[in-house]
Every structure is written in C-alpha cells, then in structure tokens.
Design a protein around this ligand. Sequence first.
Ligand code: DX5
Ligand code: ZN
Length: 219
Amino acid sequence: MVKIAPSILSADFCNLERDIGRVSAADWLHVDVMDGMFVPNITIGVPVVESIRRHTDMFLDVHLMVDKPARYIGQFCKAGADLLSVHLEADHPARIADALRAMEANGVKKAVALRPITSARAVLPYLEGLDMVLVMTVEPGFGGQRFMASQLDTVREVRALIDRYNPACELEVDGGVGPANAKAVMEAGATVLVAGSAVYGAEDPSRAIEDLRKEGGPG
Ligand code: DX5
Ligand code: ZN
C-alpha cells in the first residue's frame, strides 16, 4: 500500500510536537531541510531533527535541499534520520557517491532526489544501491505550490528503471500532491506520497491522510 509522508514544512514550528502528533496516522514524517543556497528558502537543520527524534518514533524521511550535502550526512545520521535524500544537482557525481557511502556507513536508508529539470536517467549510476528515488513535482523551495503534471512522465520513467534494476526501491513524489492528483501519482508508479499543505491545511489531518491513502491505494 502507498505510504503517506506529511511534510512538516506546513506545520507550526512553535507547536511542532503538537503538529507531529496530528499526523501520527501517517507512515513517515517528511522533514525539509533547506540552506538558502541550493534553494532560495531557509528552513531547519540538524538540531531540529535531533529534537524531533527525541519526541517521536515515526520514520524520519529527511529531504536535504542543500549544496554539497556530503558535508552533513554524518550529522543528520547522528541526529536520528532514518532516510536521507540528496539532490543529484547539488554536487559532482563523485561527491554524491561519497554522500551515499556515508549513509551506508551510518546504517541510514539512501535516496537521491531529482529537480523537475533533471531527467529520470540521471538516477542510473546510483540506482542499484538505493532505497528510494524522490521525484519533485514542484521546484524545490516552498510548500503550497502547484503540482506540475508534466512531471508524471518522469515518475513513469523512474518507475520503469526501478522495475528493471532495483524493484525494491521506493519511489517518492514530492510537491503539490493532494486529493486531486494522488491517484494519478500512484498510477504513475509512486510508492510514497509527500503531502504538506494537503494534510496540514485540512481540518482533520488524520482524515486527509486516510483519504490520500484511499485515492492512492489499490482498488
Ligand atoms: C518543497 C518541499 C516539499 C513541500 C511539500 O521544496 O520539498 O516537501 O514541503 O509541500 P506541499 O505538499 O504543500 O507542496
Ligand atoms: Zn520535500
């Protein structure tokens, strides 16, 4: 069944514990780390991940939107991340490979992320060793943006590569996902749906999570 990963970017950071509690029905918790360089926005860093880890047992899916992420892998692993995603556009291939090796050494699940401009084939050099590929369906940087339907082609292409080279690999779709497109995203091959505003903007976040699962789920 499809996993739902609410993004705390849409939470109230002064009431983070309360807002994490509101999405406890979800499968994973998506944590958006932004450095003001790789993306124009600045969000949260290592100390916040550490604090979140102390307050929840949820699986922490940490999306690093930072330049040269290999510099920070050790720190985020120690802080308690369960999975880290690094953007392929954020460094040279050799340094992306270093970042993935550091995740492996720390026993954390490994993912690469693709901006909308990046082609599906860019995952190929890494795919066999990955636990997840993250396909962005908005330009990374902000929550609440409009879903880019043209990215469904990339999702389908990544799905085909995963089926061929590493069928156990998860495929996460992030950006503008909600009730209007969850079914299409799932049909294109996603196994994890990130949802920020669609969950936190709903009157009842647990219900919104259930509805997304039903939209995306089989049958
Ligand atoms: C955007 C982030 C997303 C975002 C999702 O750069 O990576 O995770 O928070 O939020 P929504 O679902 O509102 O687009
Ligand atoms: Zn994200």
